[in-house]
Write a protein that binds this ligand. Structure first.
Ligand code: ADP
Ligand code: MG
Length: 245
């Protein structure tokens, strides 16, 4: 039986006068790709940050694999990896150091480094579609490769929940297909993957379930068979209709 990976109920998060999440409810299962969809400013990234312990909600419950986390450190320890929408890399450091930034024992023994190096090289070539020297300084690489580094960094923690916030936004079809192949592999191993995306067409290819946010409120969760462009657009557009009334 599938187990619940993320259980969020009635979460509220404000920034001063801005209500980013009003009544947000979502349940994601281990071994599924769960999409979070909504217009610009609907609260998707805020939700991703709440799940990953970066932001603490004003109200509501957030349960991660049956436990709660109140800091990014605790969330990571529970198995959450959040690949943020912002591409966060240290230009002065090598690809390798960026991949294991924050990992325990970065300066560990040679054995650990060798094992990590091999694992990371393999993953990077699967994602990129070509081999990359992990000793290269990240500052010399194009933005697209930097984005792959942030994705790989999340994957290399062997997360139980992987959150990808608009990670495919700048990828072409073939690159997206490589990302999806890896995601399918991870979900087969029981990882819950949350993807935040604007690209509705992409969802029909990868999502098992999709939660739609509108102005920080969960307006519906679609099952796989219901994930169509028309259904999503009608849930998102509800706001405009309601305002007109
Ligand atoms: P999305 O990812 O769906 O585009 P966000 O979660 O980034 O939306 O933002 C939701 C709302 O909260 C927006 O109105 C945004 O301007 C606001 N917001 C997000 N983060 C902050 C912040 N750190 N400080 C102030 N306002 C924020
Ligand atoms: Mg966002």
């Amino acid at each position: 039986m599938q187990s619940v990976a993320i259980d969020i109920s009635d979460v509220r998060k404000t920034f001063g006068p801005t209500v980013a999440l009003a009544r947000c409810t979502l349940r994601a299962w281990a071994g599924e790709v769960h999409a979070i969809i909504g217009g610009n400013g609907s609260g998707k990234s805020t939700l991703a940050k709440v799940i990953s312990g970066v932001l603490v909600p004003d109200q509501g419950q957030v349960s991660i694999l049956g436990k709660s986390a109140t800091s990014p450190y605790e969330a990571r320890a529970l198995g959450i990896a959040n690949v943020f929408q912002e591409v966060l890399v240290a230009d002065e450091c090598s690809v390798y150091d960026n991949l294991f930034l924050g990992a325990d024992g970065l300066l560990g023994s040679n054995g650990i480094r060798e094992e990590r190096f091999a694992r990371a090289s393999k993953l990077m070539s699967e994602l990129l579609g070509f081999d990359l020297d992990l000793n290269v300084k990240v500052g010399e690489l194009p933005l697209s490769v930097k984005q792959w580094i942030t994705i790989a960094r999340g994957m290399l923690t062997n997360p139980k929940v992987l959150i990808l916030d608009e990670s495919s936004a700048a990828l072409d079809y073939e690159s997206t297909e490589r990302l999806f192949r890896k995601m399918r592999e991870m979900k087969a191993q029981g990882c819950a993957i949350m993807i935040v995306t604007h690209r509705i067409a992409e969802l029909t290819r990868i999502a098992d379930r999709a939660t739609v946010l509108r102005d920080g409120v969960t307006v519906g969760t679609l099952e796989k068979s219901e994930i169509t462009e028309a259904n999503i657009l009608s849930l998102i557009a509800g706001a405009a209709r309601e305002r007109e009334q």
